[in-house]
Design a protein around this ligand. Structure first.
Ligand code: HEC
Length: 130
């Protein structure tokens, strides 16, 4: 008689465990897509000074705005942020931003070594010293 109860009990336990696993997986997935890491203050400071002017929601620089809008960036999904950070790393490593043409008239807009390092450390997880 006892053995007859054992199977359904085990089956039920197994089912409960399985459900719990699925649920926590789904929750992790949701978190992954909604919780974008906040930009550190030192990174924000550099961006505000050297990048934000062309890359913001109200920018008259249509091309710059369409490629990167910092106002939208912070609210976007983590997966999208990571893709953008990859782009940022690329332009920084190539020395493409701020654009050379703009720097001709505004040399003070150039990133200092320290600022570049700060941005790269954030976008690519790189340490300061090379
Ligand atoms: C003078 C305006 C200006 C400034 C300042 C500026 N950008 Fe840009 N940025 C642009 C323009 C214009 C484009 C589009 C270039 C193109 O598509 O040819 C662009 C494109 C980009 C792109 C997209 C590249 C791609 O291929 O998708 C990234 C990333 C970027 N900028 C990052 C930065 C960062 C980081 C800074 C600050 C260090 C910065 N920009 C400063 C005007 C600017």
């Amino acid at each position: 008689m006892k053995k007859l109860f054992l199977f359904p009990t085990l089956a039920l336990l197994g089912l409960l465990f399985f459900q719990a696993t699925i649920k926590s997986g789904a929750e992790a997935e949701i978190l992954e897509h909604t919780m974008a890491p906040e930009m550190p203050a030192n990174v924000k400071a550099v961006v505000d000074q050297k990048c934000y002017g062309c890359h913001n929601a109200e920018s008259k620089n249509e091309k710059g705005k369409s490629k990167l809008d910092w106002d939208a960036f912070e609210a976007t999904k983590k997966s999208k942020q990571l893709a953008t950070m990859g782009k940022i790393t690329e332009v920084l490593e190539n020395g493409d931003m701020p654009p050379a043409k703009y720097l001709e008239n505004k040399p003070e807009g150039k990133l200092t070594e320290a600022e570049l390092a700060t941005l790269l450390e954030w976008s690519a997880g790189k340490k300061k010293s090379k």
